[in-house]
Design a protein around this ligand. Sequence first.
Ligand code: BGC
Ligand code: NOJ
Length: 816
Amino acid sequence: MRYGHFDDERREYVITRPDTPLPWINYLGCEAYFGIISNTAGGYSFYRDARLRRLSRYRYNNAPLDLGGRYVYLRDDETGDFWSPSWQPTQRELEDYSCRHGMGYSIIGSRYKGIRSETTYFVPLGENLEIWRARVTNDRETAARLSLFSSIEFCLWEALDDNTNFQRNYSTGEVEVVDGVIYHKTEYRERRDHFAYFACSAPQKGFDTSRDAFLGAYRSWDRPIVVETGKSTDSIAHGWQPMGSHHVELELGPGETREVIFLLGYWENPQDQKFDPPNTQTINKRTVKPVIEKYLQATAVEQAFDALRDYWMGLLGVIQIQTGNEHVDRMVNIWNAYQCMVTFNISRSASLYESGIGRGMGFRDSSQDLLGFVHMIPARARERILDTAATQLPTGGAYHQYQPLTKRGNNDVGSGFNDDPAWLVLGVAAYLKETGDTSILDEPVPYDNAPGSEKPLYEHLQRSLGYTLDRLGPHGLPFIGRADWNDCLNLNCFSNTPGESFQTTENKAGGVAESVFIGGLFVLAANEMTRIAGRRNDTVEEERCRKASSLMTKVVETAGWDGSWFRRAYDYYGKVIGSAENDEGQIFVEPQGICIVAGIGLENGLANRALASVRERLATPHGIVLQQPPYSYYHINLGEISTYPEGYKENAGVFCHTNPWLMIGEAMTGNGAGALDYYLRINPSAREGISEIHRCEPYVYAQMIAGKDAPTHGEAKNSWLSGTAAWNFVAISQWILGIRAEHNGLRIDPCLPAEWGGFTVIRRFRGAIYEISIRKSTGSTGRVARMVVDGRTIAGNLAPLPARVGQTIEVEAFVQ
Ligand code: BGC
Ligand code: NOJ
């Protein structure tokens, strides 16, 4: 069943009924000011850090799940009838409801008793504010007298404190209302240099800033007393719950449309200019005034909206494909790229499943997010690499997370996730291949942000690999530490205290737990480093990495091989995990994936054996599950993985992040049909028709789809913020379609199913435009046999680097 449809032309997903199985959200903002917005206008906003600079309040796990947001209300002043054009929160039955989620904006519209309305929500580029442009049209044959009310509930900035510290917070709230602009200034009197503002372009009949006054006692957002009676109270909040609401009266003749603009923004004043006049408690508004005045103008809003659309057109234009398969085309050309931008920006912090409180920028996560993002804005990828590397520890290890506002490592979570450092090497390699900018390797970067500790980034990469080599266990495999990619495989934890964190509690020292996964990851990273060192003419490092890689490959192929698949790990006692010997958890997907991606077993048949085992034991119609059989009870020596009921999350759920590794593995071994088949099983667009089963948004990947052991097999959860975005982008664009940036050219290496014909690609790369045609007749399953570049046949399938910027390079690749 469908709840909407794709509008590929406009790069939008159009939701046509508001009661989607779960709230289907979008993100506003792509620089510093961000918000999440659901299809019924629920959600919240923040500046940079979802925990420390939360502008508007949102209550997670609410009933209904999504309540609270950027609500406007309309009231028919003739009859007293009122409704929400976004359906929530009044839930009046609407005609022609639609929510168009686009690239950085959402447009929610509907009709109710002859009154049409449409609100466009977006964040202008370069600004720390969001615009709600409401247009109301009278489709009736008679004049209409209406009231329009805006509403936003302010968060008292620190989201965790806001959710918990009521004895203080009920007394701190402060606002100012001047010239129709509502300023939220809680804690501005003391240490904060920032405030929020909520402005409106139309003359106002009244306003409210006290939630209690607006809603009325014992009422909720579905029937605020102010909206019901049509009378704002001009309330000024003192403590309790500050909010903002404007009341605008609209008299509309038949056919007439009016536009009202609301601005919700964040502003910082210099510490010594906080107040105006000085030595008062009044906010200095002179600094923010020009911005407010500008964006209350319809033309400025229109221009900002157009600029946002152009911006996205440019970003998505870096790679555009035409294959004729709609699920492939729209994900690669639009939605998967868009999701990669969102994961890059937000990491794992704020979604409907991440509260914006718990998790900062993950070292492992951000490094992988780069893989799907680097081609869009390499300069921001560069900055991210340097920020991330600056949190690395002198040992080469890493803080598992850092805070976006301070860019400092997070001490609460600490380090010891032994896979972390290797991902940095992969992120940097991707950056180098995309840009050719080797200057980044010489960039001085501190360790643990300590001034004076700066060393070239290149050395950080060396220490990353050194970190693994310094921590090898009895089999020669890397020690796992707190966990590896699988945060829930906690082999040194042994927790029997409820509530204790599996990731950060190490209850037992002295064990020998090793990870085959990190072994595979190490080989992948060491191979990248071999190439990087080689290009730098650092033959010593090149040789060292080559040797380390081949040594680790041997270890993985012996101690890490179980007979038909790669093993997963050895536990604290040195007992194998992910082996036919085990009763549960005999085969895990991650080592099959990462080892093959690293090239292990490609030449001696192990890769093919492992892939066959995955097909037999792990693949389901809804994707490849993480392991089999699932853990049916708590294994104290394994940790969080066995805390989940069977089929969920790391306990045999379809953990979508891992699936692309198998797609790549299938493509590397020449099975294009298999690779694409795995791809389409979890491709959200391809699952649109089963939305009542999948339930999450059909335009973005979810972290997890319930596995075959769960009663809800096929149900997705945790949409948006997952490494799934970047890795699927890599798998489809670089390995199945085969358009792959390399250090010295653009590799053209598609691996396709027999029934596919050719396809075309436009790829901007190193300042040139590559116009690529893949020529293939249906029936063939081979690889590129001949390539013609600008009319000349070349040897191999690497399109050379451009001779000059701005060049157009025509590539024809013939598949046999
Ligand atoms: C989840 C993991 C996640 C980890 C992060 C666990 O509860 O299952 O997917 O990576 O928390 O702390
Ligand atoms: C989600 C985390 O963000 C990611 O880093 C981890 O690899 C997966 N969960 C698997 O546990």
